[in-house]
Design a protein around this ligand. Structure first.
Ligand code: BG6
Length: 466
C-alpha cells in the first residue's frame, strides 16, 4: 500500500471527473487501496467552497461501482479539498497539499494541458509530481508533437502517464495473457492460419451532451486513434521479452510502425440521423446540443488496414466504431482460414464455416471459440458449435472499473498500462492520410449498423458483430 500521496484533479467539476474519476477513487477507498495519507484536491475554474465540492462529490460517487457506505464516505470525504483557479494560475494549490508527492490528473480540455503544466513548474511543483494526461493527445501528428514538447519541457517521460482507459479494462489486459500464456493459440496467431480480423467498438449512446467536445473531434480521433489502435497493437504485436512496461511498450510501438498508413479509399465515415434506439426516438447528430446544423463530424468509422510485417502480411484487418448503433459491444473477431471442402465431397456438406475466436471485451466479458461438429444422425452433416468462457461465471467477481485500475497504477508509478509518447505519434501517422483527405461523409439512421458503404468494405464477407 502507498504510504502517502496527494491526488490533484484539475478539471474536477467536469464530466470526466464526476462520471469516472471520483467514483473510481471512492471505489479505491472502499477497497483500502488509496494511500494511507493524502488528500484529494479538486481544482477547477468554478468558485466553490470545499464543503460545496464535497456535496458535488457525494452526488458523483452514487455512480460508483461499489455501494454507498457511510464509513467509506467518512474517510473518503475527509480527504477532499477544493481550490478554484483563474486562467491557468494554480498558485493557490501548494497550500492545499499535504504530502511530498502527488498525482496530478489533467481532466481538462487539451488546450489547457500546456499552460497548466507550465504553471505547476513555475510554482515548483514539478518535483514529486506524476501527471496523468487524458486523451485526445493532440488532433494530428503535428499537434501531438507540439503537446509532447510542451510536456517534456517540464516533465521527464517517467513522470508522464498518458491514459487510454481501454487499457485498464480486464478483458483488454487479458489479451496478452491469452496469447502468450496458451501455446495452442500463439502457434496459429499469424497469416498462415488467420483469414481476417475484425474489431468493433459499438455504442448505442449518442454524444451524451458532449457536443462541444465531440464537434471537430469525431469517431476517428475519439476512438480509432487511441482505443482501437491500442487494442490492435496488443492483439497483433510480437511477444515482448518480458511483462516489464518498457518491453511491452516497445513491442506495441514496433507493431504500429508496421501498420501501413490507412488509405482514405479504405475508410467509410458516417454520421447518424434521426432514428430509433431500443424503441425510443432519438435526434440526429446535427440536432444535438452544441453541434453545428451542417456539421461534417463523423460519428461512425469503418476502415480496412494492413500490417506490413512477417506475421500479418496480406491479412485484412477491419475496424469499426460508431455511436447510435443498435448494440453496445466491444468485440474482437479472429476468423481462421477455410479448410478445403474436398474431403466432404459426396456428403451433404457443401460449405464449411471457418473457426472463429471471439474476444468480447464488453459488456459480456467472455471468450468464445466456434468449431464444427457432426450433427447426430446417419448422414454427414456439420454444424457450428461454441465453447465459451465467461469471466463472471469463472471467477465470480465483477471486474474493477478501468479507471480504478489505472489510477492505482499511476499512483504506484507503473507505466505498463499507459501509452508512451512515441506510440501516440505513430498512431497519428497511421491515420494521417485520412485526416488530410477525409472521405465523404455518409449518413445512417440511428439504430442501424452505419452506412451501407461499410458493408462493401468487407464484402464478400459480412461484419460478424450485428
Ligand atoms: C471515450 C470516448 O474515450 O470512450 C467516448 O471519448 C466513448 O466517446 C467512451 O463513449 C467509451 O468508453 P467505455 O468505457 O464506456 O466503453
Amino acid at each position: 500500500m502507498i504510504e502517502s500521496q496527494d491526488i490533484v484533479i484539475v478539471g474536477a467539476t467536469g464530466n470526466l471527473a464526476r462520471r469516472r474519476l471520483l467514483p473510481a477513487l471512492y471505489d479505491l477507498e472502499a477497497q483500502g487501496h488509496l494511500p494511507k495519507r493524502g488528500r484529494i484536491v479538486g481544482a477547477a475554474r468554478r468558485p466553490m467552497s470545499a464543503e460545496a465540492f464535497r456535496g458535488m462529490v457525494a452526488e458523483a460517487v452514487k455512480g460508483a461501482r461499489l455501494p454507498w457506505d457511510e464509513k467509506v464516505w467518512a474517510s473518503f470525504s475527509r480527504r477532499l479539498d477544493y481550490v478554484p483557479f483563474t486562467g491557468e494560475d494554480l498558485s493557490g494549490l501548494r497550500e492545499h497539499l499535504s504530502e511530498a508527492s502527488r498525482l496530478v490528473y489533467l481532466a481538462t480540455p487539451p488546450a489547457a494541458f500546456g499552460p497548466i503544466v507550465r504553471d505547476l513548474a513555475s510554482h515548483g511543483l514539478t518535483e514529486g509530481s506524476r501527471v496523468v494526461i487524458e486523451k485526445p493527445f493532440g488532433r494530428d501528428i503535428v499537434s501531438a508533437r507540439a503537446l509532447d514538447a510542451e510536456l517534456r519541457e517540464v516533465f521527464d517521460e517517467s513522470q508522464i502517464f498518458r491514459i487510454d482507459h481501454f487499457l485498464g479494462k480486464e478483458t483488454v489486459q487479458n489479451i496478452l495473457v491469452f496469447r502468450f500464456g496458451n501455446s495452442v493459440f500463439e502457434r496459429v496467431w499469424n497469416r498462415d492460419a488467420i483469414d481476417h480480423i475484425e474489431l468493433t467498438v459499438a455504442e448505442t449512446v449518442g454524444v451524451e451532451g458532449r457536443g462541444d467536445f465531440y464537434e471537430g473531434v469525431g469517431a476517428l480521433r475519439d476512438v480509432v486513434q487511441n482505443h482501437m489502435l491500442q487494442i490492435l497493437s496488443l492483439l497483433t504485436m510480437e511477444p515482448p521479452a518480458s511483462f516489464h512496461a518498457e518491453n511491452i511498450r516497445d513491442e506495441k510501438l514496433k507493431l504500429l510502425r508496421a501498420v501501413r498508413p490507412v488509405s482514405p479509399g479504405e475508410v467509410v465515415r458516417g454520421q447518424y440521423t434521426r432514428g430509433r434506439i431500443e424503441g425510443r426516438e432519438v435526434p440526429g447528430y446535427r440536432d444535438e446540443e452544441n453541434v453545428a446544423p451542417d456539421s461534417e463530424t463523423e460519428t461512425f468509422v469503418a476502415l480496412r488496414l494492413w500490417i506490413d510485417n512477417w506475421r500479418w502480411a496480406g491479412v485484412p484487418i477491419y475496424l469499426r466504431t460508431g455511436k447510435r448503433l443498435p448494440r453496445t459491444a466491444t468485440e474482437i473477431e479472429i476468423a481462421f482460414r477455410d479448410v478445403p471442402t474436398s474431403y466432404f465431397a459426396g456428403t451433404f456438406v457443401h460449405q464449411l464455416q471457418p473457426n472463429q475466436l471471439t474476444l468480447c471485451i464488453q459488456p459480456s466479458e467472455s471468450i468464445q471459440f466456434s468449431f464444427l461438429a457432426k450433427k447426430p444422425g446417419p448422414e454427414i452433416e456439420v454444424e457450428p458449435v461454441t465453447m465459451r468462457f465467461d469471466y463472471e461465471a469463472a471467477f465470480s467477481v465483477e471486474p474493477a472499473e478501468a479507471y480504478e485500475r489505472l489510477l492505482l497504477e499511476a499512483m504506484e508509478g507503473d507505466h505498463t498500462l499507459f501509452v508512451r509518447g512515441d506510440s501516440v505519434e505513430q498512431a497519428w501517422s497511421v491515420l494521417q492520410p485520412v485526416l488530410d483527405a477525409p472521405p465523404p461523409l455518409r449518413f445512417y439512421p440511428a439504430g442501424t449498423w452505419g452506412p451501407a458503404e461499410s458493408q462493401a468494405l468487407v464484402a464478400p464477407k459480412t461484419w460478424h458483430l450485428t
